[in-house]
Design a protein around this ligand. Sequence first.
Ligand code: PQ2
Ligand code: NAD
Length: 218
Amino acid sequence: MLDTPFYIACLKLRGRRSLVVGGGDVGLEKVEGLLACDGDVTVVAPDLQPELRRLADEGSIEWIARKYEPSDLEGTFMVIAATNDSEVNIGVYDDAEKRAMLVNVVDVPPLCNFILPAIVRTGPLAIAISTAGASPALAKRMKHEISQLFGEEYARLAIILNDARGWAKATLPTYQDRKEFFESIVNGAPDPIELIRAGDERAVLDIVAAAQRTHAPA
Ligand SMILES: C[C@@]1(CC(=O)O)C2=NC(=C\c3[nH]c(c(CCC(=O)O)c3CC(=O)O)Cc3[nH]c(c(CC(=O)O)c3CCC(=O)O)/C=C3\N/C(=C\2)[C@@H](CCC(=O)O)[C@]3(C)CC(=O)O)/[C@H]1CCC(=O)O
Ligand SMILES: NC(=O)c1ccc[n+]([C@@H]2O[C@H](COP(=O)([O-])OP(=O)(O)OC[C@H]3O[C@@H](n4cnc5c(N)ncnc54)[C@H](O)[C@@H]3O)[C@@H](O)[C@H]2O)c1
């Protein structure tokens, strides 16, 4: 797969149906990842492991209690296959490809039109690490190292800057003006990340207010 240049995107799952085929531990792991992004999750499997059964009982997921059928893909945005039956996994991949749908068969790269990266998530920040399948173990190690580098302070700064986006769009007339405004804060001195790390978020808000005064049209 090293010759495959993957296009990295951030998918919006809320309000969209995602299907997981297979109700074992691997299915659970995939369901948890989809629920964390507010997906509408359906699992099709004759049986569910206990935690999946609990999620179905409490209504967090829909359970179709039988073997997979191609019609399960109707109205579905994405399918992840996690069964212990290769024939079934191949069938899911073929059916999904016919529909030009997103499909991932767990740990079977030739049966994926998207693969899952390791993710460092803090508030609105998500850093994805992919090795194009070369080494998931290495992606996992990098995830731990990157999480040490980019912690809570970056998430806080992202939220503070997001709060200023409405003002910038309403007040600063051009893309260039808005770019200069945001970059003056992000890359300015004093360093807003250092200030948040030192517990002085107030100073960052002051920097934003000062930049608003400097950049606003006369
Ligand atoms: C990142 C992560 C995300 C996730 O799964 O959500 C993920 N695998 C994770 C863990 C992991 N997977 C494996 C190990 C054992 C050590 C090792 O093999 O390195 C570990 C480590 C562990 O379990 O601790 C085995 C494995 N995985 C694949 C194969 C097939 C092959 O090599 O042919 C085999 C061999 C199976 C065998 O030997 O039988 C294939 C894929 N696994 C991918 C993703 C995609 C490529 C990601 C990339 O671009 O690097 C891809 C291509 C398709 C896909 O599944 O999407 C998640 C990290 C969780 C975290 O974040 O902590
Ligand atoms: N458990 C792990 O840590 C692990 C790690 C890497 C790879 N795998 C592989 O991933 C696969 C899934 O692992 P698991 O531990 O979740 O397996 P599992 O055996 O616990 O679960 C498999 C699930 O697939 C369902 N299934 C079988 N045929 C089906 C069909 N026709 N339609 C719908 N559902 C069907 C079963 O009912 C069951 O719920 C296995 O092939 C396993 O070898 C597992």
